[in-house]
Each structure stands twice: as structure tokens, then as C-alpha cells.
Design a protein. Sequence first.
Length: 394
Amino acid sequence: MRVGGWAADAGLGVIFAAVLAFWAYRIADSWGGGYWGFDCAAGAVVCVIALARRFDPARAAAAGLAVAATAALAARFADLPSEPGPGMALGLAVLVGTAVRALPVVTACGVAAGGLAVATGSLLTAHTLAAGVPSVTAMNVLVWAAAVVAGLFPRLLDARRRAVAEGVRRAERLRLARELHDVVAHHVTGIVVQAQAARLVAHKSPGKAGDALAEIEAAGSDALAAMRRVVGLLRDPDEPAARAPGGPGGLGGLDELDELDELVGRFEAGGRAVRLRLPDEEETATWPPEVAGTVYRVVQESLTNISRHAPHARSVTVSVERDRETLTVEVADDSPRGPSRHHQRGGYGLIGMRERVEALGGTLRAGPRPGSGWSVRATLPVPRAKALPERARR
């Protein structure tokens, strides 16, 4: 359990003790004798179970409800003060709220129904039925309702966050699929065209060159058709046709990395200094287009986050470096660390970046830098390859 969880439970334990002591005093004052002992002991048991709920919320809730139901029956037949009392009701509220918040739907509904049964079952122990709804019953029902609302509200928020996050991931996967399709379609089409031209040339010379080139042509055509079928399954039926290859996510690494200068220039116009470090063109020419497109997206999203969430940042460093078969992209700023900055930086853009990077077999880390500032660091696998000829880059 985290330190914050221990501190919260310690504070909750103090509240439990105060409520139990107060109600014991009230019972002793109105009933006299040792009537307070049973209520205090039963309430203490439920409160202790509530403090141990983090280990197994379902079993803790079942045990707490069982103790409360037993206490209510004992109070009914032994002519004791009404149960559940305030201390026990507070412990049950913690158990019910935790169950509604964290347990599966069926289990959570069962615990909530059990809590309502115990709350309304306090009618059996009431001593003022002729005067309308007993105060102990009204208290238990109100506390139960507050517990259900307290557990249900964050549960619905979490469900909404998961739905939005899944939508972001799906959108990023579809965008990556379209870009991969456009890139592969461009290059495979080039292979097919070159193979067709080579076949015409090969007719002038004997040998098996023509057969080999025919196989290249067939393989290229089959790969293009297969890619279209796969991406056709990923795209939404009512989605507009993808744009032609080019621009960010388009034809090749050089096009996209050239556009980083323009992207950085627009960001610098906002008053922040940016230091950009990129490999030379001979190096970037060997990168697969989908890798170059991911580099552009990581830098673009990181600069956007700095504009939105780090208005006090004065300088930014954008570095793209390669070490053997690993490409590292890092965007770091120097803004002062704020109390709510970590929460602000955990938006859905980061989810989309991580989805794209992990789809290519890479990793993404985002977090505060030592001292001050924030950094986003992505690593991507880039197998070594020979540079493409100038004609193939176009």
C-alpha cells in the first residue's frame, strides 16, 4: 500500500474511534448500565474490517455485512440499542463505497444490495415505530446512499477515461495503418513499375533475367493487394479516403525530417528558444518512412504539450540520435516543476504517442527531469540498411 493509503486509513481509524466513543457515551447516558458495550464492540469489529478492506474488498464487505446483520438480530432479540449504530454504519459505508468503486459489476451490485438490506433491516431493532421512520433507519439509509454515490461517481469517471483512451489508441492505430499503407503502396508500386521496365530491357538479352523480373513483378503486385485488403479491414466504412502520400507520415524520412525545421520554427515564434539536433541526411535516408513519421509525431505532440502545460518554459531541446540499431528521440524543456504538472501531462496525446511507438517495437517514457523541467523520450528500433538511390527517394 502506498504511504498516502496508510495515512488515509490512519485518519479513518481516528474518525471511527471518535464516532464509536461518542455513541457509547450517548447510549450510556440514555440507557444506563453497560448497554453501550455491545454496540461499541460490534461497531469496532466492522470498523476494523473496513480498515483491512484493501487486502480483499469483496471478502471484507461480506464479513462486514455479516457482522452487521448478526448485530441487528442480536439487538432485536436481546432488547439492546438499535443497530447498526453510527460507528457501524460508517464502517459499512466505507466497505460498500469501496466495493462499488473497485469490484466487478455483479459483485458490486450484490454488496450494495446487501448494504441496503442491512440499512432497512434496522427497522427490526427500532424502538419508535409508531412515530414514523425511526431515526436510526433514516441514518443508515442516508449513509448507504452516500456510500453508493461516492463509489459510483469515480467508477463512472474511470469508465469514461478508459473509453476515451481506447478511442485515442484506436485512432492512432488506424492513422498508423493508413500511413504504413501509403508508404508501402508507394514503394511497392515503384518496384512493380521498375520490374515492368526491366522486363522490356531484358528482351534484348537472352537468359533468365526476364523470368526473375516477372517474379519480382508478381510478388510486388501480390504484396500491394494484400496490404490493401488488410488496411481495408482497419478503416471505418464511412471514413474519407486517405490523402496521397507525402507530408508528415508520407513518402520518406527526408521529407518528414525536413518538416521538423518548419515545426520548430513555428514553435520558436511563441518566444521559446529551441535547440534542434538531427543526424545528417545520409543517415536519415536509411530510415524507414514509418519511423521518420513517428519521430515527427513525437516531436510535434511534445511541443504541443509544452505550449499547453508549460507556459514558463524558456528553452527546449529536441534531439534525434542513433546508436547502432536504436533511434532515440528526446524533447526536454526547462520549466519549473509545479504541484499539478504531472497530472496535466498525463493527457491522451501521450497515449497516442505510446501506441504509435510501441506498434513499431519501441518504448516511450515521459516524466520530470532531475531538478526541473519535463522530458519525453522515445526509442525506436531501426535496422541498418543501405541508403536508397536518389530516384527511389522521390
